[in-house]
Design a protein around this ligand. Structure first.
Ligand code: ADP
Ligand code: MG
Length: 640
């Protein structure tokens, strides 16, 4: 190599900006976020956003803020050009959203950008047109006080980025989520939001309560409890929802830091844990919480795009939020009794290692201290008849006929295939050798029809019934889930007419992101039995629901399915139909805790045995467990 040739060069501005743009602008939503933040920084109290083609075609923002002078306008799209900080001290005391001076420079390197702006003191405004690789044009123009930006053909010169974008619906959903978050907290500012020609919302300055109601609906706004606490250099304020507002997904959780929407698993957990015992499993409480910190005293590190935030003293903030929410719940008489006793009696038996370094496991009754059984997990996982491992995998039942299922089912090689399904089986609290998951469909149906058959409900949760050779236990929720799941799949395959028309159609307001999901799922929802019309911009009319949806739950069932669907999608359940059927069945099924009459139990079991796979619920948990009579005999020492 010829050492006299220098190879290091400073990148041309245009390339440097494009590289930086990769950081700042991932998708159209990032542009909307940056531009609305600029408008807020400019002191606007009215901001309009119009997007076309999910923001790829056009993003137009219109504010009545302070505007820019000609000189400022000329500089605004240069890198590191900012009016917001001048010194080191400013950097430590940031009150504005922006300060890096990167957004406009980045955007102008990957789109055609036009800015029109006028300050209060000037008669005429100025217009700047930038296009990558071209000279900027700057000229006088007539425009209102404030600033308008037009971002056209985003990513047109970065095809790789463009390809990486999701469908228009999804991209639009990102934008509308961001708009919703801005509008929700900034209640003194008018926000107008259009998708093409369709008005999504136009909310006027009012109280925060009114704003929440305008955006999220009266039902949500009417179920909120105020939260407030002050700490050192920090103030926490906002609302938490009554338990019934809790959702399966985290879509009802709005966390802000000095007005900026952020995400923090740990702080969300601070709210969640205050609700302990008040919520169903996997439910996430609703909240809108703003953390106001003095930038001088509290050190936070927030990545401008990722929304993840790290406090210097995170535990302090955690405790503050947790105690503020606990106090609110207490004042609203929502603090639950502590139910440790009850929980213990529900699962008294625990598997634990018998010595620190031994592979031996023992089962101990935590209440009495009694050692119940010794077992080596490596052996027991293939030999013992752990009830958490259903005898059949999805759809496999038909391979076993009555005569030979017992020989087949417990072959070690057979059990191996269940390993992945129930990896935590060693942790199971109850583990009786005598419990077998083997059930016979024919036997089940025969038994149900007999008039003398007994059905008994345990804690409104499990159904017990005697069978020819023992006792059968059924998880009522899981059983109904299975029944509804198979019906839903059939309905979506158009093998079953499964809708009931509503006598009185229900119209309701829903959020824009819910609308876009409904659009995405509309065909499947229709086949499933939800007959609905979207009434742009923010309502739907429901005219029919699936047959098994109970009276009064028409709307909530749909809303819960949608939430559940979002959550499932996050877990990468990509098959729409299955995911929807699973959500529907989980939401429409009878719950554990519902009391059932004998007839209802019978009906449920009848429906269950008609299923292709009655033995596990759509999530893979067992539905039926059978304990054979001879296993009882063994337990009671009647046989050896
Ligand atoms: P930053 O917000 O980090 O300063 P930007 O690239 O977003 O950087 O904006 C550069 C500058 O352009 C801002 O500092 C501000 O002076 C000016 N500016 C941008 N948008 C507006 C607006 N809507 N109204 C007034 N000035 C604006
Ligand atoms: Mg900015």
């Amino acid at each position: 190599m010829n050492k006299s040739t220098n190879t290091i060069k400073i990148l041309p501005d245009f390339i440097a900006n494009q590289i930086a743009a990769g950081e700042v602008v991932q998708r159209p939503e990032s542009v909307v976020k940056e531009l609305v933040e600029n408008s807020l920084d400019a002191g606007a109290d009215s901001i309009a956003v119009i997007v076309k083609g999910a923001g790829k075609q056009l993003i137009h923002i219109y504010d009545n803020g302070q505007g820019m002078t000609k000189d400022d306008l000329t500089l605004s799209c240069k890198r590191h050009a900012t009016s917001k900080i001048f010194s080191q001290d400013d950097l430590e005391n940031i009150r504005t959203f922006g300060f890096r001076g990167e957004a406009l420079a980045s955007i102008s390197s990957i789109a055609n950008l036009e800015i029109r702006t006028r300050t209060e003191n000037e008669q005429t405004g100025w217009r700047l047109v930038t296009e990558p690789m071209k000279e900027d044009i700057i000229e006088p123009c007539n425009t209102d006080k404030g600033t308008q930006l037009f971002v056209r053909n985003l990513f047109y010169n970065v095809p790789a980025r463009r390809k990486f974008l999701k469908t228009d619906l999804t991209e639009f959903r990102y934008i509308s989520d961001t708009m919703l978050k801005f509008a929700l907290l900034n209640h003194r500012i008018r926000f107008t939001f259009y998708d093409d020609d369709v008005l999504i919302f136009d909310v006027h300055p009012d109280s925060i309560e009114k704003r929440i109601s305008d955006i999220l609906g009266e039902k949500t706004a009417g179920s909120l409890m105020a939260v407030f606490i002050e700490g050192e250099g920090i103030e926490i304020s906002g609302f938490v929802g009554q338990p019934h507002l809790a959702k399966q997904s985290r879509t009802g959780q709005y966390l802000y830091l000095n007005g900026r929407s952020i995400q923090s698993k740990s702080l969300s957990y601070a709210v969640f844990s205050a609700y302990e015992h008040l919520l169903e499993k996997n439910a996430n409480p609703f909240f809108i919480i703003n953390i106001n910190v003095d930038p001088h005293t509290v050190d936070v590190n927030v990545h401008p795009q990722k929304h993840e935030v790290k406090f210097d003293d995170e535990r302090y903030v955690y405790k503050l939020i947790n105690s503020a929410v606990t106090e609110t719940l207490r004042q609203n008489n929502l603090v639950p009794e502590i139910r440790i006793k009850e929980m213990e009696s529900l699962s008294p038996i625990e598997t634990m290692k018998s010595g620190t370094d031994s592979a031996e496991f023992i089962m101990v009754n935590k209440v009495t201290g009694e050692v119940i059984n010794h077992s080596n997990p490596t052996i027991s996982s293939s030999n013992s008849q752990d009830f958490r491992k259903p005898g059949f995998q999805h759809g496999e039942y038909k391979h076993y006929d009555r005569g030979n299922y017992q020989q087949n089912i417990y072959k070690p090689s057979e059990s191996k295939s269940y390993e992945n399904l129930f990896t935590d089986s060693n942790k199971t609290a109850f583990r009786f050798d005598s419990v077998t998951p083997v059930v016979d469909k024919a036997e089940l149906s025969e038994h149900i029809e007999k008039p003398e058959s007994m059905f008994w409900q345990l804690h409104n949760k499990y159904i017990f019934t005697q069978t020819v050779n023992g006792l059968m236990m059924i998880d009522q929720h899981a059983a109904h889930e299975r029944v509804l799941y198979e019906r839903a799949i059939k309905a979506m395959n158009k093998e079953l007419a499964y809708t009931q028309n509503l006598l009185f159609p229900i119209t309701t307001k829903i959020t824009t992101s819910e609308i876009s999901i409904i659009k995405e799922l509309i065909d499947e929802l229709l086949n499933l039995g939800y007959i609905l019309t979207i009434k742009e911009p923010d309502s739907i009319e429901l005219q029919g629901v699936p047959l098994d949806v109970k009276n009064g739950l028409e709307l909530t069932s749909l809303q819960e399915i949608i939430e559940n669907y979002i959550e499932n999608q996050k877990l990468k359940h990509t098959n729409k139909r299955d995911s929807l059927a699973a959500s529907y069945s989980c939401k429409a099924a009878i719950k554990s805790g519902d009391s059932l009459s004998k007839e209802e139990m019978k009906m449920l079991l009848k429906d269950l045995y008609k299923c292709n796979n009655p033995f596990s619920c759509p999530h893979g948990r067992p539905v039926i467990i059978q304990v054979r009579l001879d296993e009882f005999d063994k337990r009671f020492g009647r046989i050896g």
